[in-house]
Design a protein around this ligand. Structure first.
Ligand code: NCD
Length: 470
């Protein structure tokens, strides 16, 4: 399958072979840039950069990439105030207008799922440059390229993800890719900012992957003077797809010291909920003292910007590659842009065994009266035209995943739409989602409710199989 005309919303939109193809083309672009060669293969093409959140590296490197390719850029660096969004225009309308001025649109937005909505409405390729705390796939391409340049490979490496693993969108895209490339991942999150449940589940159910955790005691002793370090426990999970989620494997100190790369992230203060306010302060800064503990020539990576989590004293450390990582943004985004615009053509055969998604989930459009519970989901903000949609992950307990932001919900009540196919009105009843009715109702007839109030408001009455939600 070729790249021309496609979107990049999640890193999982590309197979491993496609990711490798982008990295190879980026490497060619990088060599050409180093030699000062001209690569103006996108002459006559226009890119729109639509950024509703601050950005230095991502927007800068996309725009530089397009200029290097000989194309032009229509730039909206503060789209929330300088575009018609300030007057209440929706994402769907904005991208449908912009597509007549641009052949490709790069969008960054604070709402999770915003890039998917843009892709659903625009005819031109959409690139997700970060959607809330969800994903940032082009940063992952830069990260993988940096790992490959620094270590010669990706498969078989051990990478420690450090910092805000909950809201860090670079982390989410990166961990999917690392899992798929067979990299060992150790998590060292700030207290309370461990990987979200939905990311853990997806790693497990779709990629058979369980990341490991760094033991708090080990990290504390490596840091010496740090007297309290708390590595967030994962929530107790009792979902059948992952029976032992509370038994997350730990790594020993020796394994951590052998990590090939330490990927440090800042706490995403702009996305922290009230529950997370107490986090962060006790997490150690990555500094020279900590790095002395690492046996190998561990690469120090950071998507940037940094705040206090990474000491300036490491800037001259030969293995600190964070500025290089940012510089690679130009050849990576050149390669991606050229491919999606069809200016460079690579056909990557899709091998079934390498398709990124293992599970084909059914889609629940019929899930009337269910809203995504994530307050930062685009479907909550642009409800004028977005119909909530979910994929069914699991039947017992009933688990749905929002197709926009990928948050999970466990709705408590269900009913069948068959009541209106000639049955008596008395049959318009709702049941608890954990009753035997879930197996009885055909998937195409399943109606799902967030609450009893919703069910009643839609004219349903409780059956005897209604119990209080657990
Ligand atoms: C990251 C982002 O925006 O998610 N920055 C980037 O694009 N390189 C990381 C961050 O903001 O912490």
């Amino acid at each position: 399958m070729g790249f021309a005309g496609r979107d990049l919303i999640s890193i999982n939109d590309f197979t491993n072979e496609e990711i490798e193809a982008v990295l190879e083309l980026a490497d060619e672009m990088n060599s050409a840039l180093e030699k000062g060669e001209r690569i103006e293969i996108c002459q006559g093409k226009d890119m729109a950069t639509l950024f509703y959140e601050p950005s230095t590296r991502t927007r800068g490197s996309f725009e530089r990439a397009m200029h290097k390719l000989g194309g032009t850029v229509v730039s909206f660096p503060e789209a929330q105030t300088t575009s018609s969004v300030a007057k209440g225009e929706t994402i769907a309308d904005t991208v449908r207008v912009l597509e007549s001025y641009a052949d490709i649109i790069v969008i960054r937005h604070p709402w999770e799922g915003a890039a998917k909505v843009a892709a659903d409405y625009a005819k031109v390729p959409i690139i997700n440059a970060g959607d809330g705390g969800h994903e940032h796939p082009t940063q992952t391409l830069c990260d993988l390229y940096t790992l490959k340049k620094g270590k010669g490979k990706i498969r078989g490496l051990a990478v420690c993800l450090w910092g805000d693993l909950k809201y860090g969108r670079t982390i989410h895209s990166l961990i999917y890719a690392l899992a798929r490339f067979g990299t060992e991942v150790f998590c060292a999150p700030v207290q309370g900012l461990g990987l979200p449940e939905a990311v853990l589940r997806k790693l497990h159910s779709e990629y058979d992957y369980v990341p490991k955790k760094v033991k708090g005691d080990d990290l504390r002793s490596m840091m010496g003077e740090v007297d309290a370090l708390y590595i967030s426990p994962f929530k107790p999970y009792n979902l059948p797809l992952w029976p032992d989620l509370d038994v997350v494997p730990f790594i020993d100190r020796e394994a951590l010291r052998n990590a090939d790369a330490l990927y440090v992230t800042r706490v995403q203060t702009e996305r922290r909920g009230e529950d997370d306010q107490r986090a962060q302060e006790s997490h150690p800064t990555v500094n020279a003292k900590l790095l002395k503990e690492f046996k190998k020539k561990t690469l120090v990576m950071h998507p940037m910007p940094r705040v206090n989590e990474l000491a300036y004293e490491l800037d001259n450390y030969p293995r600190s590659v964070y500025f290089q990582q940012a510089a690679y943004g130009v050849p990576i985004r050149m390669a991606l842009t050229a491919l999606l615009l069809g200016a460079s053509q690579i056909e990557v055969p899709r091998k079934d065994s390498f398709l990124p998604r293992k599970t084909a989930y059914s889609r629940y459009k019929e899930a009337i009266s269910v809203k995504c519970p994530n307050p930062n989901c685009v479907s909550r903000h642009e409800s004028r035209y977005i119909v909530p949609k979910f994929e069914m992950l699991n039947e017992e307990p009933l688990t749905l995943r929002c197709v926009y932001c990928e948050h999970e919900i466990h709705p408590p009540y269900i009913a069948s739409s068959e009541w209106h196919h000639g049955l008596m009105l008395e049959d318009k009843k709702y049941h608890s989602a954990d009753s035997h009715w879930l197996r009885k109702i055909k998937p195409e007839n399943l109606i799902i409710f967030d609450s009893e109030e919703e069910a009643r408001a839609k004219g349903f009455r409780p059956s005897k199989y209604v119990t209080a939600p657990r």
